[in-house]
Ligand binder design. Sequence first.
Ligand SMILES: Nc1ncnc2c1ncn2[C@@H]1O[C@H](COP(=O)(O)OP(=O)(O)O)[C@@H](O)[C@H]1O
Ligand SMILES: C=C(OP(=O)(O)O)C(=O)O
Ligand SMILES: [K+]
Ligand SMILES: [Mg+2]
Length: 584
Amino acid sequence: MASFTSDLSLIPKPLPKTLRKTISRVSLSRKIVPFNRLKPKGLTMHVASAVIEPKTEETEEFLSLGFDVVTEAELAEKGFLGLRKTKLVCTVGPACCSYEELWKLAMGGMNVARLNMCHNTKEWHRDVIRKIKKLNSEQGFCVSVMIDTEGSQIHVADHGAPSSVKAEDGSIWFFTTEQFEGCRPFTVQASYEGFAEGIKEGDELVVDGGMATFKVIERIGNDLRCKCIDPGLLLPRAKLSFWRDGKLVDKHHELPTLSTKFDTDLISSIVMLYELQDWSDIEFGISEGVDFIAMSFVKDADAVNHLKNYLSTKNKFIKVLAKIESLESLHKLEEIVEASDGIMVARGDLGVEIPLEQIPTVQEDIINLCRQLNKPVIVASQLLESMIEYPTPTRAEVADVSEAVRQYADALMLSGESAVGSFGEKALSVLRMASSRMELWSREENHQSSVPQHKLGISLPDQIAEQICNCASQMANNLGVDAVFVYTRHGQMASLLSRNRPNPPIFAFTDEKSTQMALNLQWGVIPILVDLSDDMDDNINKTTDLIKAKAMLKEGDTVLIVSDVIPTGSTPTVYQSLQVKIIS
Ligand SMILES: Nc1ncnc2c1ncn2[C@@H]1O[C@H](COP(=O)(O)OP(=O)(O)O)[C@@H](O)[C@H]1O
Ligand SMILES: C=C(OP(=O)(O)O)C(=O)O
Ligand SMILES: [K+]
Ligand SMILES: [Mg+2]
């Protein structure tokens, strides 16, 4: 049986009395260790009292080892097994875009910052990206950057008011494509010219997956006059879907995956080649050196392949994530997962396209498929929605977060909670605490998820790599090693290890910056940038000595070591290896 302790057990003692009080209830309170204190003496600090402190000699020293400050502090605090495995993504918005606010999120465990290109200007996004890069280079963080393309937001509607507006039963509303400033009573602006195309009298217009429902009573050109038949709230920028005879009217297939609204001269040549749009967002991502591009409303593998080909012609190592948020993408799920570098279960729009009660099973199916095919997967939208306004989550929200962790998603994402919410940092700490708790429970109860049966490798070296990682993960659990070290240029073996979700953390040593930033999204992987030589023994000795010198490894600790670095210039015969090292 797992021991039942209060959540306070996750917080190192002793705690100041005042702090104990504040976290006595559900203890989802945040805690922060000053980054330049490498071995905090069991004391944690509240964010409120944390200040940005200048770099010290100590920070310089571990920067050379490529360890990030947050992992280092967490390791000193909780030991190897206590390191959080589930990665955290935060959407950056007006509520968290200053240097100090971003610093707090980074301290709070943000692994990836997401910028939703649907909102705000390029200048605003550029400014945020630069601040994050500055935090990484000057303060020792390792936060990756993801941009999320606008996609075909055909059905966003806005009533113009800053907060929600109630639609009463029987009230008559006008949905128009006419652009106007401010708000007009009973009028909602649709963002897309052809939003009413193909829509007939009697169809149902559903707002935000069921917040409110209208019946179409008349179509006037591009506009619709509707009667509210299920009252509810209309939020600013709400999502619309149309239903006929109990089925979704699928309008996405009429639209390209990426919207064309910018930089026409740049686009025209590329569009002809790839039929892709949203190039302005993509060019922006390339020029700002982002680590991930999340593609909205992906319809099939072609869309992903187009973008990946384009990035490779430009020699850019940006990972392409496909967002699963339409019925069509569910129909082509396997080919999309295979083509992409990772997946986002975008439950916001998905919940508009499929009945809400199907979301939990669809989510689990997507996560399992991603593990089979070895692609990282993010669970996104409404994880802690009530925390946009309130300082504590609902029990149901904590249960939802825990369920995603139990399903072994690689990462959890905050949207409005961090972008516009009043309690972004607190929401992040809820994710952190809930995932640590569920990971501990899964481990203690031995809810080991079995090794994925699906064989990936085709070439012999790939098959060897896969088998080594499967065995290594099992060995790591059976022997109870303290950590797994993997030496990897492109991250392949690190992700094959992660796919097995082993108990100990996976330290991935790489000499490629892009590999380090990409591995930030993978379950249980701590990517570390180091110089790697062709001499593997030398690499192993050098890194273990450095970590030992920092008192992170001690005599008697066992480390399982996996390597896939191909010595340059030599013929690759057997280049993968597996060994267990007992630290002396
Ligand atoms: N860069 C930004 N600038 C302003 N507001 C933002 C930004 N990013 C996100 N938001 C706000 O946070 C909310 C939640 O974010 P997200 O889930 O990414 O977008 P959406 O609700 O459009 O799907 C958005 O509706 C928007 O109000
Ligand atoms: C993450 C999502 O996409 P966006 O926020 O861009 O609508 C979603 O729909 O859940
Ligand atoms: K988007
Ligand atoms: Mg969406």
